[in-house]
Design a protein around this ligand. Structure first.
Ligand code: F3S
Length: 398
């Protein structure tokens, strides 16, 4: 790779061992992917995981004197205020991770939807985003440019202020190559997740979806990207007439022909649900929503559905501190709490605070939640929001 004098100096340790380590990682990535140079970034998002390797790396950077030149937003960790009975180890880990990320200069936002709360890149902006549900949103929906960074790659980029130029940063790699004809009615948010969970049918590449109405909502686009990256690995997609780099079908393919055509029908969506949802009926023990973090609009939907009702089982919704504050100010929080719904900020379904749900059957609206929470021993029946709320009110799923 050709480096500028400043980048060479950083690599050689002129600015300290921390920045040198970050630059070494960036150069290695660039060389692995055939990048010719570094380009500056203006934003970053780090998928902090609150686990050992995450902590080891950020502490090593901090010990080496690294400080972010672009302060990144970060993914959820643990809400220490909300779960006072956490095991000591989990509490200590969270406090150390928090301290290390604070020391390296990150913005401790703790949300996986940072583009809704201040870290929203504009069209064409070059950024370094990790978090699998965020990268397709940033590329496809906002038209900014990021590769699917790892948490460590994004953190190194935040420290050096640069990324190696390859992959989705280049025009030629952003065009679609798979035509996905959706011949199924997309009735609600869940159907968009099931569409994304058809990654096996779609295959590798950049999908161009037709058959998606222009009324598709922000939440549905968030869900589509999240589910695509639960079942597969996609940094980019196009929806002609909806996403900004695809004003037309031709533009989505960059004037080339699609390499293959895939048709997704109602049957494919039903099969996707069958693959990811538990096939159980009867008593449920909890509801868990908000993967990715629920938006104010989704929280409002739940508040309206539970108004005047009392849940038989506990229900938690993961969200950002911003959305929780909006809920508090608008009275939705009181409404939810009265019904027995807990709105939990700053944390994620894949954190140790949910270990007490291991072995239990719950309901969720969220495909990614059902997938990742398996490793914590939770089982989920996936249903629409209306059905999840009804199940929580009755304490059972039909
Ligand atoms: Fe967000 Fe955690 Fe789900 S980071 S997308 S709530 S797995």
């Amino acid at each position: 790779m050709e480096l500028t004098r400043y980048e060479e100096d950083m690599l050689n340790g002129k600015y300290g061992e921390g920045p040198a380590l970050a630059m070494r990682v960036q150069v290695a990535l660039g060389e692995a992917f055939g990048a010719r140079r570094m380009v500056p970034i203006t934003r970053a998002h780090v998928a902090l995981s609150n686990q050992d390797a995450d902590l080891w790396f950020v502490e090593r950077l901090v010990k080496g004197g690294a400080r972010c030149v672009v302060s990144p937003t970060v993914n959820p960790a643990l809400s220490l205020d909300y779960f006072p009975d956490l095991e000591q180890g989990a509490r200590e880990m969270t406090e150390r991770v928090q301290g290390a990320y604070r020391a390296v200069g990150a913005s401790l936002t703790y949300s996986c939807t940072p583009y809704l709360y201040g870290n929203a890149p504009r069209y064409g902006e070059v950024v370094a985003f990790s978090e699998s549900s965020a990268t397709p949103y940033v590329n496809a929906v906002l038209g900014a440019r990021t590769n699917r960074e790892s948490a460590q790659g994004a953190l190194c980029a935040a420290v050096t202020g640069r990324v190696p130029e390859y992959g989705l940063l280049l025009d030629e790699n952003r065009k679609g190559n798979i035509l996905v004809e959706v011949r199924a009615e997309l009735r609600d948010d869940l159907d968009y997740q099931l569409l994304g969970y058809c990654a096996d049918e779609i295959g590798e590449g950049i999908p161009v979806f037709t058959g998606i109405p222009p009324t598709v909502t922000t939440e549905q686009l968030i869900y589509l990207g999240a589910a695509l990256n639960t079942a597969g690995a996609y940094g980019m997609y196009h929806i002609p007439g909806v996403t900004p780099e695809a004003p037309t079908l031709e533009a989505a393919f960059g004037g080339r022909r699609s390499e293959r055509t895939v048709t997704i029908t109602e049957r494919d969506l039903a099969r996707a649900l069958d693959r990811i949802s538990a096939r159980e009926e009867g008593r449920i023990e909890f509801g868990l929503l908000g993967c990715p973090h629920y938006t104010p609009r989704q929280v409002r939907q739940v508040a309206e559905l539970v108004e005047g009702r009392r849940l038989k089982t506990e229900m938690w919704i993961c969200t950002s501190f911003f959305t929780k504050e909006v809920a508090r100010r608008t009275g939705m929080l009181a409404q939810l709490e009265k019904a027995g719904v807990h709105l939990v900020e700053d944390t994620c379904i894949d954190q140790p605070c949910w270990n007490h749900l291991s072995g239990k059957l719950g309901v969720t609206t969220d495909v990614k939640c059902a997938y990742y929470a398996r490793r914590r021993g939770m089982r989920f029946v996936i249903r629409s929001l209306e059905e999840c709320v009804r199940a929580a009110v009755e304490g059972e799923i039909r």
